[in-house]
Design a protein around this ligand. Structure first.
Ligand code: SF4
Length: 318
């Protein structure tokens, strides 16, 4: 991992900033690497403190640790916020463009998107597709995303007003392309450079699961709106607006402010459902871990009768 993230450049930047104590923040899936990374920095004379808190993405800077160190190094994500004392070290995956020469896509104009690990190479992907006769749209989204074509699980703004006939997503997993399909209503293809999988993405099962959650929540007497303390996930004003809407239609909800939204943190409460205003992926990906439905703000609007299923939207943090 450290070869790919230009360790020497980070050490140079730390020395230029005269850092003595360095904080390290890794996403949960890479925390097993912390010992290796700490050793590298210690060998250059830095004292290292590792963040043991959960880390969702660049939306989740460990502000407590930041107060204790000279520089915090945040691995695997591109910045959402610029902090003077945070160095972001994105993790980019190398992949072979040759595979793109054989993808069979009937539409001739494509919007190109990717998750952060793959978005760095989209200009090259675009060139390959254009050589094959496709018209390729590669746009930059809102300030929350940094690279052309980059999508986040909470942000599809690169596809806003897209004129393309279809979307091609480069990356792993189905979550982002499902979001892209719901966001655009267009045909979405997914190509995973790692396992060479290519498919057209369907959203029916995803929407059925979401409908089931909303129906279950409708049966409950009392719910709560969850607000995260995390710097890039905190949407208190949205929570308060939703509570106001609920009050207007006589639906009882409380607002809960918390650091991590996990089943354990909610285990002492007795609500029949939750509305999650933090990272949308908690509702979409982790819903099975929770004992009661965990809705998005848009799904709560459906529950309140303020939005129809035909107007279903992905939750976004712009
Ligand atoms: S809110 Fe969720 S999807 Fe958005 S950047 Fe943070 S972790 Fe990623």
């Amino acid at each position: 991992m450290l070869n790919r993230i230009k360790f020497d450049e980070i050490v140079k930047a730390l020395k230029e900033k005269n850092a003595k104590i360095v904080g390290i923040q890794l996403p949960d899936g890479l925390k097993y690497k912390c010992d290796e990374i700490a050793k590298c920095f210690e060998s250059h004379g830095f004292k290292v403190i590792i963040s043991g808190s959960g880390c969702y993405g660049a939306c989740d800077i460990d502000l407590d640790l930041l107060k204790e160190v000279d520089i915090l190094i945040h691995f695997a994500h591109t910045p959402i916020f610029e902090f003077e004392n945070v160095i972001y070290v994105p993790y980019f995956v190398e992949y072979d463009l040759e595979d793109l020469k054989h993808l069979k896509i009937e539409e001739k104009s494509l919007a190109l998107i990717a998750s952060v690990q793959y978005a760095w190479k989209l200009e090259d992907v675009k060139r390959v597709l254009e050589e094959r006769g496709y018209r390729v749209e590669l746009k930059k989204g809102s300030g929350r995303v940094k690279m052309p074509g980059q999508v986040l699980g909470c942000n599809y703004t690169v596809l806003r007003d897209s004129k393309a006939e279809a979307v091609l997503f480069i990356g792993d997993g189905l979550f982002h392309p499902i979001g892209a399909k719901i966001y655009t209503g267009k045909k979405v293809y997914r190509f995973s450079p790692l396992d060479k999988e290519f498919e057209e993405v369907e959203v029916e099962d995803f929407l059925k699961r979401r409908m089931l959650s909303v129906s279950k929540a409708m049966e409950a007497d009392k719910g709560a709106i969850l607000v995260s303390k995390k710097v890039g996930q905190k949407r208190l004003s949205l929570a308060l607006r939703l509570k106001e809407e609920a009050d207007k239609v006589g639906k009882r909800v409380d607002v809960i402010y918390l650091d991590e939204i996990t089943p354990e943190k909610l285990s002492n409460f007795l609500y029949g459902y939750y509305v999650n205003t933090a990272c949308p992926r908690i509702s979409y990906d982790d819903f099975e871990l929770f004992k009661v439905p965990i809705l998005t703000p848009q799904e709560f609007e459906i529950l309140l009768g303020l939005r129809s299923w035909e107007k279903y939207e992905m939750d976004e943090i712009i």
